[in-house]
Design a protein around this ligand. Structure first.
Ligand SMILES: Nc1nc2c(c(=O)[nH]1)N[C@H]1C(S)=C(S)[C@@H](COP(=O)(O)O)O[C@H]1N2
Ligand SMILES: [Mo]
Length: 409
């Protein structure tokens, strides 16, 4: 759901043309052993091995991030960053927004004045647009959760290879930009276009395949699919894709191509590695298979299912955030007895179908001793969450019911 022009965002974005420059390699900044040693750590409570990870301030525009890997950067958001009272804005600040790149050769600086977005392939006329030209087009803002397909992978049991994320490979932001549809219209579609392929400035090592993702043409032309230059009223941080990124509300962020500089219209399906081989999930109802299974049919990952999380639990109150996936949050329920009985939680303001929504549950009259809490959400299409976690070899799409423990003294 795209709102009309957001004045505040438009004002703050006035300085975009100046450009965001990083002077030194990201992983070279303050990453010496001494600096690292001084950093506190956080325990992600992973299924196997140590969940201890250092917190880092060493990346430009980022503070207090969980360091999963320096090169290519994998920075996770601590759950505490999502916490807030019911009425608090449920967006994740840019400086704490998670970061994920596949390849180490990422843009360390981008000259905003020289930057061009190229639109080609099966078009009527190939175009090359400057940021100023794109910012002069009709502006839309959408609030949407960006969640890695492998968010929570480190909680999979048995363990699967890949980034051992806790629950913080996600974030919610107000994205401001232009509709992908309007950009496509500048070039015009030649007959027979079926997909729209998007790629960015990051480069693969050797002859590895360039990172690129494709959407069906009708999806690419949805109202809500935008090419953003703004994030929470500021230019995109370099690590989150400055100067432009694709926003695909309701879909996993593997499609949210960062540092987007190429849009190519295709007359056949994208058979490249990143669409045809990577990011495949089992073709089962819940994307789960028996642990260890191989050789099952797969499909590319796409839409997100609903999820709810605890951000803070005290003997007086449990609270957190929920997302409906590719639909709004209809309700959030909390269980105080390990999932036997459920009560409706209070909901914070609705920021649209793709946003986090805050929830809270006062805990009054709890008996002394430990209590096993659980939280689940149901989206506006009636889709809920299951208690049992799924398993698949990619560690994708975890969305089972989360639990927390509170001890009343
Ligand atoms: N150009 C480019 N875009 C990309 C990627 C990438 O490696 N290169 N990774 C994708 C994946 S898998 C994720 S999870 C998100 C992460 O977005 P963020 O770093 O802004 O949080 O970016 C997506 N877009
Ligand atoms: Mo991802």
């Amino acid at each position: 759901m795209a709102d009309s022009v957001d004045r505040r965002a438009a004002l703050a974005l006035g300085g975009l043309g100046v450009g965001a420059l990083a002077s030194a390699p990201l992983w070279a900044k303050g990453m010496g052993a001494q600096a690292m040693g001084a950093q506190p750590t956080i325990d992600l409570g992973l299924s196997e091995g140590t969940g201890q990870r250092p917190l880092t301030d060493a990346f430009p525009g980022k503070k207090g991030m969980i360091l999963q890997r320096s090169r290519a950067p994998l920075l996770e958001t601590p759950m505490a960053a999502f916490d807030g009272a019911l009425q608090d804005d449920p967006v994740t600040p840019n400086y704490r927004f998670f970061v994920r790149w596949h390849y180490a050769d990422i843009p360390l600086s981008v000259d905003a004045a020289a930057f061009r977005l190229r639109i080609g392939g099966a078009v009527k006329r190939a175009v090359s647009l400057s940021l100023a030209e794109i910012q002069a087009m009709p502006q839309v803002t959408v609030t949407a959760v960006n969640q890695c397909s492998g968010n929570s992978r480190g909680l999979f049991g048995p363990r699967v290879p890949g980034a051992q994320w806790g629950n913080g490979a996600m974030g919610n932001a107000r994205w401001t930009g232009v509709r992908l549809r309007d950009l496509i219209a500048r070039a015009g579609t030649a007959p027979g276009v079926v997909q729209v392929k998007c790629a960015g400035l990051d480069q693969p090592p050797g002859d590895a395949p360039h990172f690129a993702k494709s959407l069906a043409l009708d999806h690419a032309e949805d109202d809500d699919v935008i090419v953003a230059y703004g994030m929470n009223g500021a230019a995109l941080p370099l690590l989150n894709g400055f100067p432009l990124r694709l926003i695909v509300p309701g879909w996993y962020s593997t499609y949210w191509v960062k540092a987007l500089d190429s849009i190519e219209l295709l007359t056949g399906p994208d058979t490249g590695f990143w669409m045809a081989k990577a990011y495949q999930i089992p073709e089962t109802e819940d994307a789960g298979v028996k642990p260890g299974a191989t050789g099952f049919p797969t499909v590319p990952i796409s839409r997100m299912p609903p999820r709810a999380f605890f951000t803070r639990t005290t003997p007086q109150e449990a609270r957190g955030i929920a997302m409906g996936g590719d639909a709004g949050v209809a309700k959030v329920e909390v269980s105080l007895d390990g999932g036997a009985q459920w009560q409706q939680a209070q909901l914070g303001p609705d920021h649209g179908p793709y946003s986090f929504r805050r929830w809270a549950m006062p805990l009054t009259g709890l008996a002394r001793g430990p209590h096993e809490l659980a939280v689940r959400t149901t989206n506006t299409r009636g889709e809920g969450q299951k208690p049992a976690p799924i398993w698949n070899p990619g560690g994708y799409m975890r969305s089972s019911i989360e639990t927390a423990r509170v001890v009343v003294a």
